[in-house]
Ligand binder design. Structure first.
Ligand SMILES: Nc1nc2c(ncn2[C@@H]2O[C@H](COP(=O)(O)OP(=O)(O)OP(=O)(O)O)[C@@H](O)[C@H]2O)c(=O)[nH]1
Ligand SMILES: [Mg+2]
Length: 413
């Protein structure tokens, strides 16, 4: 296993740096990198040229000269010149949090679209940092002692990157078109869209699986759930039809993390559009996490960056099998659940359907029995309260939305 040290600048409130370092630890570990030491630097002592101050840099150099270390990972994003200065001083490859997250996304991406999205993000990150990154890549490849290629080559590479970004962007745009078309097909059916959001590892995919499991469907392909950061990099949508309830679509997407690289948010915009166009957001929170409040805050920041902060939201405080904490008052409406132990799922479903369909009205229809298609349509798309038979007609009391109400006006009694 490769060994690294972590350097974090403490510009957080008390104790929170330790949590970000722990998170960075997990991220690095899943790339097969072991953290051997952590340095923290108070925010007042930073130096714009090297991020850390002179004294800290000496301290770090002394450590790396006397211990086997392969990388230095910074918890904060670094500029081109900071990377260059640090690599010169430390004589080691320097990586920042952004690059680490990009690397994980690159390893986890499975679909063509996700792979393209990550590649574009990587190129956009790389472009302004080309000269510095080259040194670190060469060192990683064992090219120690070799001089970096000349400026001319660098210029060529920059142009090639520009060209590649444009090319990949075009391919992504084509995929976005297909995705849009699929989505508008769904919207034609006046079905409501629900999107699951939340910090990575909160239980989003587990939530989709739980609801899908309770749903009437023939074939059930469960989503991949795992106890690690960024298990999901693809968007998955399922039609959920719970007993006696109206159907809706449910979309699971990538989790958020603090300092989620802008390049990633940008290139994943198409995937994340499912969120901005949702009728309701289910914000899943790992309630057993010591810093769950920070995670909620981070998630809400990304949502507002996406322009999705005005969408009605149900907070789902998950993993109550692991905590006795009291629900925070400010996050409402909310529900406490354990998706693992299936605690409080009925309440969860009622909350979701209440929020989603609260503007529906109760209507009584009298439909001739030979109009089977209309009866089926109601059964599929409305919440049926009761059904009875009168002469040659079916009397149906149902809760319907405005679109159905307009469409079936003719049969109302
Ligand atoms: N103890 C406990 N663990 C849970 C609960 N719900 C989910 N988990 C576990 O939490 C881990 C993460 O679950 P996922 O559903 O993959 O989380 P996610 O939010 O989709 O994560 P990413 O896709 O990585 O963003 C898995 O190991 C789940 O089994 C719960 O109620 N209690
Ligand atoms: Mg997931």
């Amino acid at each position: 296993m490769k060994k690294t040290i972590i350097v974090g600048i403490d510009h957080y409130k008390k104790g929170v740096l330790a949590y970000y370092v722990e998170e960075l630890n997990n991220l690095a570990y899943s790339l097969g990198i072991e953290i051997v030491h952590t340095f923290s630097q108070s925010a007042e002592m930073t130096n714009p040229a090297t991020k850390v101050g002179k004294g800290k840099l000496t301290e770090i150099t002394q450590y790396t000269q006397n211990h086997p270390v392969d990388y230095v990972i910074f918890n904060d994003e670094l500029t081109n010149s900071q990377i260059r200065n640090l690599e010169e001083a430390l004589d080691l490859p320097v990586i920042d949090r952004t690059l680490l997250i990009l690397e994980i996304f690159a390893q986890r991406a499975k679909t063509k679209e996700a792979m393209l999205q990550v590649e574009v993000a990587q190129l956009k990150y790389l472009k302004p940092r080309l000269s510095a990154m080259r040194a670190s890549f060469e060192q990683q490849q064992g090219g120690i002692g070799q001089k970096g290629p000349g400026e001319k080559k660098l210029e060529l590479d920059r142009r090639k990157i520009e060209h590649d970004i444009n090319k990949l962007d075009k391919q992504l745009k084509a995929m976005t078109k297909v995705r849009k078309a699929n989505r508008s097909l769904r919207q034609n059916k006046t079905i409501k869209n629900v999107a699951i959001v939340g910090y990575t590892n909160a239980g989003k995919s587990t939530l989709l699986n739980t609801l899908y499991d309770l749903s009437d469907a023939n074939k059930k392909d469960a989503l991949h759930v795992q106890d690690r950061l960024f298990a999901t990099l693809e968007t998955s949508t399922r039609r959920i039809k719970l007993k006696d309830k109206k159907p809706f679509t449910l979309t699971d997407t990538i989790g958020f993390i603090s300092q989620l690289p802008h390049e990633l948010i940008d290139s994943f915009k198409a995937t994340l559009e499912e969120i901005t166009e949702a009728d309701l957001l289910l914000h899943v929170v790992d309630f057993s996490h010591p810093y769950y409040l920070d995670q909620i805050h981070t998630t809400e920041q990304v949502l507002s960056e996406l322009g999705a902060d005005q969408i009605e939201t149900l907070y789902i405080f998950n993993k109550i099998d692991r905590t006795d904490a009291i629900l925070p008052e400010i996050y409402k409406p909310s529900v406490k659940v354990s998706l693992k132990e299936n605690t409080n799922i009925d309440h969860l479903i009622n909350q979701i359907t209440h929020l989603l369909f609260k503007s529906d009205t109760t209507v009584i229809y009298l439909i001739p029995q030979n109009k089977g298609d209309i009866i089926n349509y109601l059964n599929e798309n409305a919440e049926i309260i009761n059904t009875s038979y009168e002469n040659n007609s079916v009397k149906i009391k149902a809760k319907v939305d405005i679109a159905i109400k307009n469409k079936l006006k003719h049969y109302e009694v």
